[in-house]
Design a protein around this ligand. Structure first.
Ligand SMILES: Nc1ncnc2c1ncn2[C@@H]1O[C@H](COP(=O)(O)OP(=O)(O)OP(=O)(O)O)[C@@H](O)[C@H]1O
Length: 696
């Protein structure tokens, strides 16, 4: 769209908003004047808020705090922006938030903040039964006659003139019917205190609108801009506010030690993890660490949290495990020389000298399998002695290794380690091992109130131990979120191997898939139907799992062409046909970096805007996302395109399950992993899954 057209539309909308607000403001002022039960300060603030009631908000004034005889709540405001618990203050001077304390006139007045937080908790409890996340309930202190916009922990401090624009500028979370239902519910839970409810109707004959931009009290320009931004902004996703009551219960739960949330793809595990992070950040003064293995996911999740709960977003650190560990080591003065290429060369040399002609070639002649054995079984589990390796359960590894094979692996490992050390470099496992040693040694922090690990199945045992060490077994300290079926790296671990004891209600399973339509989920489950797997709790789980679906339409489109060129043309045709805006929710996913290079060139030549997943941060951008299956972990898109999706199954095994050709155990293991990756890629699709094949 041309920029000029958009500017003139915006100007037109601005004029319309201004006219509307002027009328609403006059009506609200008149109504507040008639309201006699309120104090002067409350009347002034109510006049501001009554403007919002003309825009779909509901204001409840002077309510009784449930469970008390005399305590009251000044105002409860429910609207598109959520639920606000409001305490009105008519102080002589403006408040300040100093060192986490509420101050005014040189005095500390923290008791006011404590009371507001307590009543906010009561409101959170009241709306939880409606499936509303606590992050949508916000405490506000509003100061009559003052100009303020500050934060005191999770409490927002606003002046009388700032409150209207600030609330209108809140992201739209609730639809009109939800506003009604929630306000009705709160009206029952917080009964009328002194018969002083404010009616929602404006008087029939408001004063004639005045043409000045401000008439003393009212920040018309601020309010107009906020209203305009709200109109032009896309609505946020439903889950930012509403959860299933079971999910809300998990978000608010008190766990006496480490806890775990599991469940099949698309069952809202991350959603619960994010709400939990926001909830804990609001309940504690410490920092929350939210970790995943993938590099790009923290950026996306950070964007979501900022949108969902901006007041606490800066208290949650979204980090990938390795980048966090490196920074942690740097802070502790521990030198790390991570050098992937040099470590790779060290391994290649070790393979050449002691691996290639050893007994290992009998089992698998490809060095990759043995590199994984070292990475995931030996170093990933922190094994440093051969005797330990001889007995370790090689989880998720199919090929059985007898003692001579293990001796050969160990010789390869030792050769690799000495060549690596000779070169003075570390590999990714070394970073975690060093960080674990440092975390165990340090007694002075880093102090996290809680650690939430998403996609925990992708971590190594050392990684999980490291994160456990940061918080130990303190109540609400460690939360592990993940699904063993979506493991996209070799090897594995059990929680008991890491010394993490999750018992009773601290292990929770989610079962309702909110993301995929039935056709897409069935197609994806078909791929892994025969791959039962061991989850991190040690339970053997069948590949085809029972999942409850929420009703939603969608389709699987299969396209088979005789040549790659024709296949790619078919892909381009559907991508070029996407309307403006639709590319923002479309992703082309490939199994390898090589394939990514191929499709990036193809799309660029056809001038289809592309955003690589490693640059994607969760904010809408009208470009087709492009990345590997692994990079797509934890993400989702309306439309997902998987070109040549079955090309990666060389040994006769198809993408629709294991094949019939005799294959080695190591090849089986690889294919199982490829199927898991394909399953992950398929389950990223909400509405359309495009599966391309070349019938060679
Ligand atoms: N209560 C809910 N109501 C509506 N939609 C929901 C709800 N909970 C989650 N969702 C939606 O379900 C989808 C999947 O959520 P989420 O990414 O948290 O699942 P997940 O279990 O972490 O998935 P995966 O393991 O596949 O990455 C999201 O689109 C989210 O919007």
């Amino acid at each position: 769209m041309a920029a000029g057209g958009s500017a003139s539309r915006r100007a037109q909308e601005a004029r319309r908003q201004e006219r509307l607000l002027r009328e609403q403001w006059q009506a609200a002022r008149q109504q507040a004047r008639q309201w006699e039960a309120a104090s002067e300060g409350e009347r002034l603030v109510a006049a501001q808020l009554l403007v919002l009631t003309e825009r779909g908000w509901r204001l409840l004034v002077d309510r009784r705090w449930p469970g008390t005889r005399t305590a009251n709540v000044d105002m409860l405001l429910v609207g598109p922006g959520g639920v606000f618990v409001i305490d009105v203050k008519n102080w002589r001077s403006a408040p300040e938030a100093m060192d986490g304390k509420l101050c005014a006139d040189g005095e500390v007045r923290d008791e006011h903040a404590a009371k507001l937080l307590a009543v906010t908790q009561a409101a959170e409890g009241a709306v939880a039964s409606l499936g509303m996340s606590p992050v949508a309930v916000q405490p506000l202190m509003v100061f009559a006659g003052q100009r303020v916009d500050a934060a005191l922990g999770r409490i927002r401090l606003l002046g009388e003139y700032e409150v209207g624009p600030a609330l209108l500028a809140e992201r739209s979370r609730l639809r009109a019917e939800s506003v009604r239902a929630i306000a009705d519910h709160l009206e029952r839970v917080f009964p009328d205190y002194e018969g002083s409810a404010v009616g929602q109707q404006v008087p029939s004959a408001p004063e004639p609108p005045q043409q000045t931009d401000s008439d003393g009290l009212f920040d018309l320009a601020g309010l107009r801009d906020a209203a305009l931004d709200e109109v032009l902004r896309a609505p946020i996703e439903q889950w930012m506010t509403f959860l299933h009551p079971d999910q809300v219960a998990l978000v608010r739960r008190n766990w006496s030690g480490p806890a775990r949330i599991s469940g099949p793809a698309g069952t809202g595990k991350t959603v619960v993890g994010l709400h939990r992070a926001a909830h804990l950040a609001r309940r504690t003064s410490g920092r929350i660490l939210y970790v995943t293995f993938a590099n790009n996911l923290p950026r996306v999740q950070g964007t979501f949290l900022k949108t969902m709960s901006p007041a606490v977003a800066d208290r949650v650190d979204f980090r990938s495990l390795h980048s966090w560990a490196r920074e942690f080591l740097q802070e502790g003065g521990v030198q790390v020389r991570l050098h992937g290429d040099k470590a790779e060369t060290a391994f290649s040399l070790a393979w050449k000298h002691v691996g290639r002609d050893s007994r290992l070639a009998e089992i698998d002649p490809a060095p990759g399998y043995w590199r994984e054995e070292i990475d995931y079984v030996i170093k990933g589990r922190g094994i440093t002695a051969f005797e330990e390796y001889t007995t370790v359960p090689r989880r998720r590894r199919r090929a059985s290794l007898r003692r001579p094979h293990r001796e050969a692996v160990w010789a390869l490992y030792e050769a690799y380690e000495s060549l690596r050390i000779e070169r003075g470099v570390h590999d990714f496992n070394d970073v975690l091992t060093l960080a674990l040693a440092e975390a165990t040694r340090r007694t002075d922090g880093p102090h996290y109130a809680a650690v939430i690990v998403d996609e925990v199945q992708d971590l190594t045992l050392v990684g999980v131990r490291l994160l456990h060490t940061l918080v130990g077994d303190v109540p609400n300290g460690l939360l592990l979120v993940g699904d063993g079926q979506q493991a996209v790296y070799p090897g594995g671990f059990r929680l008991t191997d890491a010394g993490i004891d999750i018992r009773g209600d601290r292990g929770q399973v989610l079962r309702t898939n909110y993301r995929n339509c039935k056709q897409i989920l069935d197609t994806a489950l078909e791929v892994v139907a025969d791959d039962s797997f061991d989850d991190i709790d040690g339970l053997r789980t069948p590949g085809r799992r029972d999942v409850d679906l929420t009703y939603h339409d969608g389709q699987v489109v299969r396209v088979t062409k005789p040549t790659v060129a024709e296949h790619d043309q078919a892909l381009l045709a559907v991508l070029c046909a996407l309307r403006d805006g639709a590319r923002a929710d479309a992703a082309v996913l490939c199994p390898s970096m090589r394939a990514i290079g191929h499709y990036q060139r193809l799309l660029s030549r056809a001038e289809v805007p592309v955003c690589l997943l490693e640059h994607y941060d969760g904010r809408p951008v009208d470009a087709v996302k492009l990345g590997t299956y692994r990079r797509a972990k934890g993400l989702e898109f309306k439309r997902v395109y998987l070109p040549q999706h079955d090309a990666a199954f060389p040994n006769g095994a198809s993408a629709d399950g294991p094949g019939v050709v005799e294959v080695s155990e190591t090849a089986r293991e690889r294919e199982e992993l490829l199927r898991s990756q394909l399953f992950v890629a398929m389950t990223r699709a909400r509405d359309v899954l495009w599966l391309g094949s070349v019938d060679r």
